[in-house]
Write a protein that binds this ligand. Structure first.
Ligand SMILES: O=C(CO)[C@@H](O)[C@H](O)[C@H](O)[C@H](O)COP(=O)(O)O
Ligand SMILES: [Zn+2]
Length: 196
């Protein structure tokens, strides 16, 4: 097996997936930056959730808002709903795994907060339940998906923002999600700090 060619193909496919996505995704990403920044300026917070690699993405995003991305600035309010193993095991054990994020959204979320819901398939039950809870609390939803958006794409409302990567392979979608997350962090900083 030619491992070098295999690795090179991953690099090429990843770059091509991102280039294919820019035209469709740039405008909704810009809208998501404005929604998140307005939420944070008004004292709101961003709750982020997802499974597996997307749980890592949720944590990555929260770390960059509470810590920093590239520029020095104040702390920004973001919580990953994927990190508290006591909450996750208790809710999964006592209720259902589908409720692990929804219950945290109901406990922590307020009107005007943002839910960053991450699912490459758009079909993870616990992310879907989190979106339902966020809708009940009049929160803004920013959904990061792929594969056409799945059930999440169908349940979003007109004022929600759908950032759907036009790709079908999970790895490629996740790689593009990370690029989107960095665009969100950069855009929030640019609006808050007035950078060109
Ligand atoms: O990172 C990967 C695959 O690259 C996996 O951990 C992946 O995130 C998991 O299978 C998730 O459960 C997939 O969930 P979703 O993206 O379809 O919502
Ligand atoms: Zn992965």
């Amino acid at each position: 097996m030619d491992l070098i060619a295999r690795v090179a193909k991953h690099f090429e496919d990843s770059a091509q997936t991102k280039l294919n996505a820019v035209e469709m995704m740039a405008a909704p990403i810009a809208a998501a930056i404005e929604t998140m920044t307005n939420c944070l300026i008004n004292g709101g917070k961003v709750l982020a959730c997802g499974n597996g690699g997307s749980a890592g993405d949720a944590q990555h995003f929260a770390a960059e808002l509470i810590g920093r991305f590239e520029a020095e600035r104040q702390e920004l309010a973001a919580i990953a709903l994927t990190t508290d193993t006591s909450i996750i095991t208790a809710v999964a054990n006592d209720y259902s795994f589908s409720q692990i994020f929804a219950r945290q959204v109901r406990g922590l979320g307020h009107a005007g907060d943002v839910l960053l819901a991450i699912s490459t398939s758009g079909n993870s039950a616990n992310v879907i339940e989190a979106i339902k809870s966020a809708h009940e609390h009049d929160m803004h939803i920013i959904a990061l998906t792929g594969k056409g958006g799945g059930m999440i794409g169908e349940m979003l409302r007109d004022d929600d923002i759908h950032l759907c990567v036009p790709a079908d392979r999970t790895a490629r979608i996740q790689e593009t999600h990370l690029l989107v997350i960095h665009c969100l962090c950069d855009g929030i900083d640019a609006l808050l700090l007035g950078v060109e």
